[in-house]
Design a protein around this ligand. Structure first.
Ligand code: PBG
Length: 349
């Protein structure tokens, strides 16, 4: 893309004083270039089977819910204006196998959860994840042939996986496994089965990042993965041109919106993608980015809520239309200026 030439016209001191605009609350509010609303938030939640415990260590304050528990939490979340939910399921580890069989179970936890949520909260958008890592015994997002995650074999599995999600009532399907050609493959299978209305939110630029640690802990895929990594399909953190190519391909294949992940550490990518493509960009404030705020606040570095809200605004300023964050409910509480529960330690300020 050719860069647009802009000439910055500004006066000089003392005729021009930029502090004048910052001197009062009303002036600062009037001139704010970006705003944050609860409708910009996507709340990622973990749903568990009975046999899986609710607590896990790495993501403080985040729980794995039974479906009934989640329905209860949703009353509060929706009352704060949360409109979008992203579901991740935690199945009993005994159900994991090399073929990810549980990913195709129409009576499994994911479909049950979608049905139950849709019944109670018909206006809540449900985003489901297309990837096989909650179901594989090796913890990879795809199917393995020999020692490699095989792209085209995985595509076949993803199609079946996405179709049961659409049938269960998912509004948006978000493929997160970085196989080549998945957006085209999923658009086709959805369209040929009458699901033209289901959106595809593509994890277009997803990096092989260490910042997913707490998520893998929540899912129970950390142990399955062992010392293996996902570098043959997730992107190298050194690259940004490649992110633009990933997005371009996904757009051509029919993506409705694209996710950049991780988010905060990759705001340059968010900005470049927004500037280049002018399409809906969603940022994933990933598990360790969220956990870092908690731990730093706990040690007295800053106030948790201030840091959380500032992070959200940075996402917006960089060009994000929406933000996927484990802090969604907390952010919505802050926006509504509600009293919330203490985090379990003294606040820094
Ligand atoms: C895997 C998946 C991951 C996350 C979402 N989906 C982790 C991974 O790629 O191993 C990470 C989310 C987070 O860290 O919050 N399909």
């Amino acid at each position: 893309m050719p860069k647009k030439e802009t000439t910055l016209i500004t006066g000089s001191f003392p005729k021009t004083r930029l502090r004048r605009a910052r001197s009062t609350v009303w002036s600062r509010d009037m001139l704010a270039e970006n705003t944050l609303k609860s409708s910009n938030l996507i709340w990622p939640v973990f749903i568990r089977e009975e046999s899986v415990s609710p607590n896990f260590k790495a993501l403080p304050g985040v729980k794995r819910y039974l479906i009934a528990e989640l329905l209860n939490e949703l009353k509060y979340a929706t009352s704060l204006g949360i409109q979008m939910l992203m579901l991740f399921v935690v199945v009993n580890p005994l159900k994991r196998d090399s073929k990810a069989s549980e990913a195709f179970n129409e009576k499994g936890l994911l479909c049950k959860a979608v049905n139950a949520i849709k019944e109670k909260f018909p206006n809540l958008a449900i985003i489901t994840d297309v990837a096989l890592d909650p179901y594989t015994n090796h913890g990879q997002d795809g199917l393995i042939i020999g020692s490699e995650v095989d792209n085209d074999l995985t595509l076949e599995a993803l199609k079946k996986h996405a179709l049961i999600q659409a049938r269960a009532g998912a509004d948006i399907i978000a493929p997160s496994e970085m196989m080549d050609g998945r957006i085209g493959a999923l658009r086709e299978i959805l369209d040929t089965h009458g699901f033209q209305h289901v959106q595809l939110m593509s994890y277009a630029a997803k990096y092989a990042s260490c910042l997913y640690g707490p998520f893998r802990d929540a899912l129970g895929s950390k142990n399955c993965l062992g010392i293996a990594d996902k570098k043959t399909y997730q992107m190298d953190p050194a690259n940004s041109d490649e992110a633009l190519r990933e997005v371009a391909m996904d757009v051509q294949e029919g993506a409705d919106s694209v996710i950049i992940k991780p988010g905060l550490h990759y705001l340059d990518i968010v900005h470049q993608v927004k500037e280049t493509f002018k399409l809906p960009v969603i940022s994933f404030h990933v598990s360790a980015e969220y956990a870092m705020l908690y731990y730093a606040a706990k040690e007295g570095c800053f106030d948790f809520d201030e840091a959380l809200m500032e992070s959200m605004m940075c996402f917006k300023r960089a060009g994000s239309n929406a933000i996927i964050t484990y802090g969604a409910v907390r952010v919505a509480e802050n926006l509504a200026e509600k009293k919330y529960e203490k985090l379990g330690y003294e606040s820094a300020s």
